[in-house]
Ligand binder design. Structure first.
Ligand code: R5P
Length: 296
């Protein structure tokens, strides 16, 4: 097996290679002044299973293009199998047509991966696994989705959140709160969230959760603008929670995100290293390496 840490996941790719017991093989890479990427492999890949680790944020379009260049180069030079490990997969939120005449972005991404030679796609907490499976069925790319939620919960358990109440910001993500509560053992629930598809504005219906004086954690797959997480944390603080943690797998870390969530009262804010940010407290290297060993 050859593990290539892509330009966006050098640290994580390196750690995954180590855990798989192989020498990491980074590529030669540059970005030209006009923004185009250049990629060159440093070792032959003929007849090998090639694992490319490349997350797709920040700069999703550039990172995706680099991923496609690496996959296609592996295919051109005779790799046997090409596994794309994309811990955070950009465009996954547009996994169906929500309104008429929209692009079905995730389907386009699968097509591009498939024609670049990718045989397997490994992601972590993709936005909606069920919708992604519908897209997968149209392609010859095997899709594997891993969950970092138990790891996040284990981390928080050691940080004083044992028996804390677990919440997901919407019903669709209830499985996340449920999985976390198996570790934290403090019960779980969800908020009723609606988002205006045109303006992006979020409204969140709050139930009486009876959490006065208790600790709680809001778990989500991702924090983007921070609006969802901030509203959920705010609602829990308003109901008298003693302390509320914000936990997610991916943080996109856009300007203003952190302030918004801190102002709502979250402490701490934690995430994994699917995208390296100051909130990366939990590593997914072992989780991914175990999956790769299973695929051998
Ligand atoms: C949406 O359903 C996701 O699970 C997240 O809740 C959402 O993407 C977070 O976005 P933002 O941080 O912009 O509210």
């Amino acid at each position: 097996m050859i593990v290539i840490p892509g330009p966006s996941s050098l640290g994580l790719g390196w750690r995954i290679a180590e855990r798989c017991g192989v020498e990491p093989q980074p590529v030669e890479h540059r970005v030209f002044p006009d923004g185009e990427s250049y990629i060159k492999f440093t070792k032959p890949v003929f007849g090998e299973k090639v694992v490319i680790v490349q997350t797709t944020a920040p700069n999703p379009d550039t990172r995706l293009m680099q991923l496609l260049l690496m996959a296609r180069t592996a295919k051109d030079f005779g790799a046997k199998d090409i596994v794309a490990v994309v811990p955070y997969l950009a465009y996954a939120r547009q996994d169906k047509r929500f309104t008429e005449l929209e692009a079905l972005s995730l389907d386009v991404i699968f097509s591009l991966l498939e024609c670049s030679g990718v045989t397997d796609l490994v992601t972590v907490n993709i936005h909606n696994e069920t919708s992604t499976r519908d897209v997968e069925r149209k392609h010859r790319v095997r899709f594997h989705n891993l969950s970092a939620v138990p790891l996040l919960a284990e981390y928080l358990k050691k940080e004083g959140f044992d028996k804390a109440y677990s919440l997901s910001p919407d019903k669709g993500a209830i499985y996340i709160a449920e999985d976390a509560s198996k570790v934290l053992e403090g019960g779980y629930n969800f908020f009723e969230k609606t988002r205006d598809r045109k303006t992006g504005e979020i409204t969140m219906a709050v139930k009486d959760l009876n959490i006065s004086g208790r600790r709680a954690v809001v778990f989500d797959d991702m924090i983007s603008s921070g609006g969802t997480m901030a509203k959920a944390v705010e609602a829990l603080m308003a109901q008298g929670a003693e302390r509320v943690a914000a936990a997610c797998t991916h943080v996109l870390y856009m300007p203003g995100t952190e302030e918004k969530i801190r102002k709502a009262g979250a402490d701490p804010i934690i995430a994994t290293n699917t995208i390296e940010t100051p909130f990366s407290r939990v590593s997914v290297a072992g989780l991914i390496a175990n999956k790769l060993k299973e695929l051998e």
